[in-house]
Design a protein around this ligand. Structure first.
Ligand SMILES: C[S@@+](CC[C@H](N)C(=O)[O-])C[C@H]1O[C@@H](n2cnc3c(N)ncnc32)[C@H](O)[C@@H]1O
Length: 216
């Protein structure tokens, strides 16, 4: 991946290193509790026959499951090359190649080249990106109906945990940093773009929200 942003290069290295373990974890344990909540919200919003855009799509298990349950097609975007490679391979094994398209790159750099989607999903991605405002507005502009995301709750213990991650990144000499962005700001940006909140749930760390745009 060619990218001028040090954050993206570091995130590529970090998440490529963990790509294999993301797939193994899912094969062993299935969806995490926060992902089960995300799926519950998406069921309520509806995604049958929809075009999906998943940003920070990792190894692909979330949108590939939506395809198996009735979505029409999916584009997975991730800046980590190994994540994209795992997702492509998994789509092949699940016989979903004709419904999937994978794009390697920083969503913020390539968003204009991506087609619009009815349903956009960002599962634990907003916390990887310094400019949450930019990421959310760019992804909202690609979305016609459903916007689903999971991101960290703004709690003292979540900030403490993130502090430990930052410390570990510094020791590893990585420029990657995790962020706890304000849920109040995030919600305001999404609703100001014309979406209504349909679903919200959380566990100790993650907040899951699904928004829908009312049909005119
Ligand atoms: C914490 S992982 C979550 C992966 C997947 N959504 C899941 O929950 O299994 C975050 C992923 O987002 C990707 N990512 C972070 N910022 C991104 C950006 N600006 N554009 C594209 N991908 C991004 C990372 O490479 C990584 O694979």
């Amino acid at each position: 991946m060619n990218c001028c942003c040090p954050h993206a290069n570091s995130a590529n290295r970090l998440f490529s290193f963990f790509a294999g373990s993301y797939r193994k974890r899912f094969e062993k344990k299935g969806f995490e509790p926060s992902q089960q909540q995300l799926l519950e919200g998406l069921e309520q919003a509806g995604y049958k026959d929809a075009k999906i855009l998943e940003i920070g799509s990792g190894v692909g298990h979330l949108h590939q499951t939506l395809l198996e349950r009735g979505a029409a097609s999916a584009v997975g975007v991730d800046l980590a090359s190994r994540m994209i490679a795992e997702a492509r391979q998994w789509a092949e094994e699940r016989k979903l190649t004709d419904k999937t398209d994978y794009v390697e790159g920083d969503f913020m750099e390539i968003s204009e080249s991506l087609r619009d989607a009815e349903v956009t999903v960002l599962d634990k991605v907003v916390c990887c990106y310094p400019d949450a405002d930019g990421l959310i507005h760019s992804s909202l502009s690609k979305t016609s109906r459903v916007y689903a995301l999971t991101y960290p709750r703004d709690r003292w213990y979540v900030r403490t945990m993130m502090g430990f991650v930052v410390f570990a990144m510094k020791i590893m000499r990585s420029d990657f940093r995790p962020y706890v962005h304000s849920p109040v700001h995030i919600e305001n940006w999404i609703t100001a773009a014309g979406f209504d909140k349909l679903y919200q749930n959380h566990n100790l760390v993650w907040l899951t929200q699904v928004y829908v745009k009312p049909s005119i």
